[in-house]
Design a protein around this ligand. Structure first.
Ligand SMILES: Nc1nc2c(ncn2[C@@H]2O[C@H](COP(=O)(O)OP(=O)(O)O)[C@@H](O)[C@H]2O)c(=O)[nH]1
Ligand SMILES: [Mg+2]
Length: 255
C-alpha cells in the first residue's frame, strides 16, 4: 500500500502548521505511522520539528543574499527552487516506511497555488495517493460574505491543483456554537447561505457574493465542512474519516 499524502492548504495563519503537527500526534496515538514534511522555505519558526524540512535545501535568507532579492521576491524564487530540488526531497520522503505523509504548505497560499512549479512538486512528491485539505479560517468564514470568499478561494485552489479536496473548518474551538452550526449548515445547503446573504444589507458586495455563489453552486464546489481544532483535539477522527473516504472510496480525480 503506497503512503497517503495529505496537503494542508489555506491562507496565512489559518492553522496549517499547527494541524500538521496535531494530526500527526493524533494518528500516532491511534497506532498509525505518520510523518510530516515542511514545504515552506520561508517558515521563520515552526511550532514542531518536521521529519523532512525543505529548509534543509532552501533557505530564504540565502536566496535574498545570493540573488539580491527582498522577502517577497525570495519567496517566489524559493517556490521555483523547490521544484528543482523536489526529486531529491521526494527520495528522502520515500525512504520513510509510513502510512501517511502530512504536508505543511507555504504560509502564503499564492506561492503554492499560483506557481506552475507546485504541480511538479505534487507529482514528484506524492504520485497517485494524494489529496488536499483546504482550511477555512473561522474569523472570515463566520460571515456570509466571508464564507463565499473562502469558498471562491477553495474553488480556485481546487481548480489549480487537480487533486481531490476536503474542506476543514480550522480552529473550531474559537467559534461559538451558534456560528459553528451556521457554517455547517451553509456548507451543506447553499439555500441557507443564500438567505443569510440576503439577511444582510443588500449592498454591492452582497450582490456579487450571490452571483459568485450561483456560479459555485453550478460547478458543485460545495462540500460539507469538517470542524477541527488543533487546540482541543476535536474533529481529528472526522478529519481522518473524511480523508480515508477519499483515499479509499475515491473521489473522482478529474473532478
Ligand atoms: N485557538 C486555536 N488557535 C490555533 C489553532 N490552530 C492554530 N492556531 C493558532 O493560529 C496561529 C497560526 O497558526 P499556524 O499553524 O502557524 O498557521 P499557518 O500559517 O496556516 O501555518 C498560531 O498562533 C496558532 O497557535 C486551533 O485549532 N485553535
Ligand atoms: Mg505555517
Amino acid at each position: 500500500m503506497p503512503a497517503k499524502h495529505l496537503y494542508f492548504v489555506g491562507t496565512a495563519g489559518c492553522g496549517k502548521s499547527t494541524l500538521t503537527n496535531a494530526f500527526q500526534l493524533w494518528l500516532s496515538n491511534q497506532g498509525y505511522d505518520a510523518m510530516t514534511v515542511n514545504l515552506d522555505p520561508g517558515a521563520d519558526s515552526l511550532s514542531y520539528a518536521p521529519d523532512v524540512d525543505v529548509r534543509d535545501w532552501i533557505k530564504l535568507s540565502e536566496i535574498m543574499a545570493e540573488y539580491g532579492l527582498g522577502p517577497n521576491g525570495a519567496q517566489v524564487a524559493a517556490a521555483d527552487l523547490l521544484a528543482l530540488n523536489i526529486k531529491e526531497i521526494a527520495n528522502v520522503v520515500a525512504g520513510y516506511d509510513t502510512d501517511y505523509v502530512l504536508i505543511d504548505t507555504p504560509g502564503q497560499i499564492e506561492l503554492f497555488t499560483f506557481r506552475q512549479s507546485s504541480k511538479v512538486v505534487i507529482d514528484e512528491l506524492s504520485g497517485e495517493m494524494a489529496m488536499l485539505a483546504f482550511l477555512f479560517d473561522p474569523a472570515l468564514t463566520k460571515h456570509p460574505n466571508g464564507y463565499v470568499s473562502s469558498l471562491m478561494l477553495a474553488a480556485t485552489v481546487h481548480f489549480r491543483l487537480p487533486l481531490p479536496m476536503i474542506s476543514i473548518l480550522s480552529k473550531a474551538d474559537t467559534l461559538i456554537q451558534d456560528d459553528r452550526e451556521k457554517i455547517g449548515l451553509w456548507s451543506k445547503d447553499y439555500y441557507a447561505l443564500f438567505s443569510a446573504l440576503l439577511d444582510d444589507a443588500i449592498d454591492a458586495q452582497t450582490q456579487i457574493s450571490v452571483e459568485f455563489l450561483q456560479a459555485l453552486d453550478a460547478v458543485g464546489a460545495g462540500r460539507p465542512i469538517v470542524p477541527v481544532s488543533s487546540d482541543s483535539g476535536e474533529g481529528m477522527e472526522d478529519l481522518y474519516s473524511a480523508a480515508q473516504l477519499v483515499f479509499e472510496g475515491g473521489e473522482d480525480l478529474e473532478k
